[in-house]
Design a protein around this ligand. Structure first.
Ligand code: ATP
Ligand code: MG
Length: 903
């Protein structure tokens, strides 16, 4: 059964269920769903978290989904186990306070055992082992009833395996898995009655976990470790969250050995065999590499598809690492050519059957991927020579270990992955100080984390926020779309130490209100600033506003005076000027986005933005620099739209209606039933939660400042809007007027006039140069005739103040040419110009025959002028920065020549 069919059968099984009720089919959310605790969506339940946490009311009692997931911690397992992908699809059914354990167990068991002809998996009961949490007697009884399996076929596992939580206080509960015994070829024999509470690792590929059913039934109050927490009591509403690995079921039903060999992944391995000229299945090491390639190529494709671009931190770094590992694995398989242009399309053709965006967006996706491969190949080239130098140095010093510093520098500066450094070192018989390397990496990560924390506000602590959100009961009401002054009540205070119940003058707090007009930073729009006045006269200045989780808004504020306590009424006043300037920038961003898509095509999709007061930054996908003509077309287009004064409107509608109305749905949106669509007239339409100007005319003027690359496949445009754009243009005008005055030319004549001047300056410089060299060379004859005799060698050793490298060399060669050819002759000229000392030695054939070498002379005097250099025996050149000992250096030249001449 192909993967697509398994996916369809899963959804149909739940969508059409009549016993427990039809489930609403919910499409997969983007991998980049906005969740501050996660880099990527890593389970089917993530998009439903607000419902499980009680932050939002679920719009349906039951749901079914097939969710794209990425699990970076599993990266090391890829290809080594049979069952771990970095990207995989999780099929799940969900109940929000509706059916509970019995429904979940019945529905899962039925699907797993139902014959394939009836849309099930038809797995033999004799191979199935359900597991329960050891203390969950209810689940044990239900399993026996539903499956009819004897008691000893049901495994009882401990908290580590079969108790689910989010790793923080909040909902938790026992879970139950369905395991499939793949038989004796896949692991040691076992006695089910002796298994538990921990599952032995060596059995995990034999007793394959295909489905995990989570029974969310209690509230955890303290969380110390996965198997160490306190239970506060039962949850008022019990929920079901299940996850079945699509690829795992596929490899069982397709009767292949592992998930990398299923219909949607194996073609990549086939292509890789072709490219590498090696056979899959021939040896274990190569097989792991083939599987890594199949997995990582697919994961990279899916990540780029959802809008990730390779980078050095966060999501971008994960992508970069996956791509580099794939490319490296191909190299280790013996293929040094570009591989992604061969492999990615194979994966696209397979995954594109389900995710058609991969086809639509292919131009962008492939451009990003191929550019990254080219960049990595470049890195490999540059890093390899740096590595070789470092290795040679270690060996020359008699050592055998490359220091952690070196490995770190290779990594940090040349993007050289440590595994590569390790491997290349071992090829040269060296080891690497990995411990030192990891310590430096950790230090760097800690610095990055501290930076990120400092940026996001000091008091981020998920537990404190959850406590406040729980106490709130309902999401914070955002009134800021229609007003900038609102009344509400203080509902929580958080400081670095956690939740507090008062704050006083000078304190920095994070304040939570039940209603607020303050816009929290999000969707590229910066936060509002302003003032909050409390009923007791206390006042706070708001400097930042963030939303750490859906429905929660925290104001980062400084208490200006008075005492702040929860329960007080709060009068919030947003800084209107800042808000208007930010809103103008946001509307302008939409307009520029639209105009770029008109000019460059649909692939010019937004990859990020920042809307600040009066200025904005807009990042979008493009394969190369944007031509100047496109920039000016876009600018005039958006300014024409300003003159049209189109109304800007926001409407709430269903996702489907939004797509129908032509709204651009960007990555990262949370799948919800209702979305907000902002339109500029009928022209530009986007899903957006931000604030906007009332009409395009309010923007006044938009000025694009320029365009640059910020990474492979992504361009950044910076621009000004409104008064800031006007001020910029006015300043340019003044500058122009000043230039025009200074050059006595009309503005339109300036370019030509300046070109003229530059041209004349160049001619004058050349003339000056000629004169200077002439003067210098005029001395040549005089110098040659004044040569001293040192041990039978004609020596000219002279300083040439004001002469720099090229001139010094010309002079030295000229003087050498004037010395008698039949007698040994040596010329050393030391020039100094603008703080730079240049030494040139020129030795004629006769002198070389006497054992004199220009190279050795330069090396001898180099240290005296604070530098080094060298060259050949006949001419050598060096330099330094210390002009104070030139005379000494010249004396040394004579001594050295004397020594050689005497020997
Ligand atoms: P395992 O112990 O095998 O790593 P898990 O306990 O991490 O699995 P869950 O977090 O319970 O798995 O996820 C639910 C289901 O998703 C699993 O039963 C499995 O079928 C699937 N799954 C989990 N991780 C992966 C992965 N890296 N690749 C493919 N499928 C996965
Ligand atoms: Mg796992």
């Amino acid at each position: 059964m192909d993967t697509a069919q398994i996916r369809r059968n899963f959804v149909a099984h739940f969508e059409n269920d009549t016993r427990w009720g039809a489930h609403t089919a919910v499409p997969s959310a983007s991998l980049l769903l906005d969740d501050p605790t996660l880099l990527f969506v890593n389970a089917g339940m993530v998009p439903f978290k607000p419902y499980f946490l009680g932050q939002e009311a679920p719009p349906y009692p039951r749901a079914v989904s097939v969710q794209k997931c990425v699990r970076t911690p599993d990266i090391e397992d890829v290809g080594k186990t049979t069952r771990h992908g970095t990207f995989f699809e999780m099929c799940g059914n969900f109940s929000f306070g509706d059916y509970f354990k019995q429904g979940a167990i019945e529905l899962a068991w039925e699907l797993v055992t139902k014959p394939r002809s009836e849309g099930g998996w038809g797995l033999e009961e004799s191979r199935l082992y359900p597991s329960v949490y050891v203390d969950d007697a209810e689940a044990l009884t239900l399993w026996k009833q539903v499956s009819g399996l004897p008691d000893d076929r049901i495994l009882r596992l401990g908290k580590k395996e079969n108790y689910w939580s989010m790793g923080i206080p909040g909902p938790g509960g026992p879970s139950s898995e369905i395991l499939y015994d793949r038989g004796s070829g896949h692991g040691p024999d076992f006695d089910p009655t002796l298994l538990g509470p921990d599952m032995p690792t060596k059995l995990e590929d034999r007793l394959l976990e295909i489905w995990n059913l989570v029974f969310m039934q209690e509230e955890l109050s303290a969380f110390r470790a996965k198997d160490d927490f306190d239970v506060a009591g039962p949850l008022p509403k019990k929920n079901i969250d299940t996850g079945m690995g699509l690829e795992r079921v596929a490899f069982l039903l397709q009767d292949v050995d592992n998930m990398y060999e299923i219909d949607v992944m194996f073609p990549v391995i086939e292509k890789a065999q072709e490219l590498a000229g090696r056979t899959y299945g021939a040896n274990h090491e190569d097989d792991v590499r083939f599987r890594v390639v199949a997995d990582h190529v697919r994961s990279s494709l899916m990540l780029i598809g959802d809008g990730v671009t390779p980078g050095n931190e966060g999501r971008g770094y994960v992508l970069r690492r996956l791509m580099r590992r794939a490319i490296r694995s191909m190299r280790l398989l013996g293929c040094e050519d570009r591989v992604l242009p061969e492999l990615m399309p194979v994966s696209r053709d397979k995954m594109g059957e389900t995710y058609d965006g991969l086809h639509r967006d292919w131009e962008r996706i492939s451009a990003v991927a191929y550019a990254e491969e080219d960049a990595f190949r470049q890195t490999l080239r540059a890093g390899t020579s740096i590595f070789d130098m470092a290795a040679a140095e270690v060996k020359a010093g008699g050592g055998h270990e490359l220091s952690g510093d070196r490995a770190f520098a290779l990594h940090d500066t040349y993007g050289f992955p440590i595994d590569l450094t390790l491997e290349m070192a071992s090829e040269q018989g060296l080891v690497v100080d990995e411990v030192g390397f990891r310590r430096l990496m950790q230090e760097q990560r800690d610095r990055a984390k501290a930076d990120a924390r400092a940026k996001k506000g000091a008091h981020r602590d998920a537990t404190a926020y959850r406590a406040v959100a729980d106490a709130l009961g309902a999401p914070v009401e955002f009134t800021g779309y229609s007003e900038v002054v609102s009344d509400g009540t203080v509902r929580g205070l958080v400081t670095a130490g956690g939740v507090v119940d008062s704050a006083s003058e000078g304190d920095e707090v994070e304040l939570v209100l039940d209603r607020t007009p303050f816009y929290a930073e999000g969707g590229g729009q910066l936060a509002d600033h302003g003032v909050i006045e409390l009923a007791n006269g206390a006042r706070l200045r708001v400097d930042d506003v963030q939303s750490p989780s859906t429905g929660l808004v925290v104001h980062q504020a400084t208490v200006l005076n008075g005492e702040v306590t929860p329960g007080l009424e709060a009068h919030s006043v947003v800084d209107l000027e800042r808000r208007l300037a930010i809103s103008r920038a946001h509307t302008a961003t939409h307009m520029v986005h639209k105009a770029f898509r008109e000019a460059l095509g649909e692939t010019a999709t937004q990859a990020g933005s920042e809307n600040a007061p009066g200025r904005f930054r807009f990042d979008f996908s493009a394969t190369g620099a944007v031509p100047e003509s496109v920039m000016s077309d876009v600018e005039s287009r958006v300014n024409a739209v300003i003159l049209d004064d189109l109304a800007v409107q926001a409407e709430i509608m269903s996702q489907a209606e939004a797509v129908k109305s032509g709204a651009m749905a960007l990555f990262g949106e949370k799948y919800g039933d209702r979305v907000r669509v902002v339109s500029v007239g009928d022209w530009a339409r986007e899903l957006c939660g931000g604030t906007h100007a009332g009409s395009s005319g309010k923007l006044g003027v938009i000025k694009l400042l320029g365009e640059s690359s910020i990474g492979s496949g992504v361009r950044r445009v910076e621009a000004l809007v409104g008064a800031d754009a006007y001020r910029f243009l006015a300043r340019e005008h003044v500058l122009l007027a000043q230039l025009s005055e200074a050059l006595k030319a009309r503005p339109e004549e300036l370019p030509e006039r300046v070109n003229d001047m530059v041209e004349r300056l160049r001619t004058a410089e050349k003339e000056l140069e000629r004169v200077r060299v002439g003067q210098l060379l005029a001395r040549a004859g005089e110098l040659a005739s004044g040569a001293e005799q040192v041990g039978g060698v004609a020596v000219v050793a002279t300083a040439a103040p004001g002469a720099s490298g090229g001139d010094v060399r010309t002079l030295a060669l000229d003087v050498r040419g004037r010395l008698p050819q039949d007698q040994p002759g040596v010329v050393v000229v030391i020039g100094d110009a603008e703080g730079k000392v240049s030494v040139v030695a020129a030795v004629n054939d006769e002198a070389r025959a006497r054992g004199l070498s220009a190279n050795e002379l330069v090396r001898a005097v180099g240290p005296l002028v604070g530098g080094k250099g060298g060259g050949k025996d006949d001419v050598a050149q060096g330099g330094g920065a210390d002009a104070s000992r030139i005379d000494e250096a010249l004396a040394l030249v004579r001594t050295e020549i004397g020594k050689v001449a005497a020997s």
